[in-house]
Design a protein around this ligand. Structure first.
Ligand code: GAR
Length: 197
């Protein structure tokens, strides 16, 4: 039996990437294959729809409201405590819309990954789809990467490409990219589990 590998997923919104990972883990038997369990889903927004979705999938869901903290450092410290209660082998950012402190990133170095809705290194930051359309890109996509101190700049683990079609709006492009995110992120997490001793 492999050593237990707990996964903690951080979200801020609808949690569709989180659900894709949880469902793939359940369908593919990651527990039996890799000893991997999604131990908890944590949101910085108590009203995030993804919290209920996590519960409906049988995963413990917790909220830690960032507005209750005086500083980014104080919130990140409390978040680390909550996460570490689950002894995570891997922390997965899935639409977690917070800038992380260097202390947080350093604490989870090598076991912190993110999905970003662009083909990094193009378009780090926000409004990625509109920026890709405005730049006249023929292709867009998503990137799974390791998280490092610089926002959206860590080593790339996986990417998926979609076409930008004539008449695309940010919404239509985002929807096309999101379908690929739901395929790519579980694949990248699975690969990470396979490669971990
Ligand atoms: C996803 O498109 C993800 O790539 C993006 O937020 C969305 C979350 O959707 N993340 C970022 O923009 C991070 N900078 P979800 O909550 O349904 O998974």
């Amino acid at each position: 039996m492999p050593l237990p590998k707990n996964i903690v997923i951080l979200i801020s919104g609808s949690g569709s990437n989180m659900a894709a990972i949880v469902q793939t883990a359940q369908q593919q038997g990651w527990q039996e294959q890799f000893g991997a369990t999604v131990a908890a889903v944590i949101s910085n927004r108590p009203d995030a729809a993804g919290l209920q979705l996590a519960q409906s999938l049988g995963v413990a869901a917790q909220a830690l409201d960032h507005r209750a903290f005086e500083s980014r450092e104080a919130f990140d410290a409390a978040l680390m405590q909550l996460i570490d209660g689950h002894q995570p082998a891997l922390v997965v950012l899935a639409g977690f819309m917070r800038i992380l402190t260097p202390g947080f990133v350093g604490h989870y170095a090598g076991r912190l990954i993110n999905i970003h809705p662009s083909l990094l290194p193009a378009f780090p930051g926000l409004n990625t789809h509109q920026r890709a359309i405005d730049a006249g890109c023929a292709q867009a996509g998503c990137t799974v990467h390791q998280v490092t101190a610089e926002l959206d700049h860590g080593p790339i683990l996986a990417q998926a490409v979609v076409p930008v079609l004539p008449g695309d709006t940010a919404d239509t492009l985002a929807a096309r990219v999101l379908i690929e995110e739901h395929r790519l992120y579980p694949l990248a997490v699975r690969r990470w589990l396979q490669d971990e001793p």
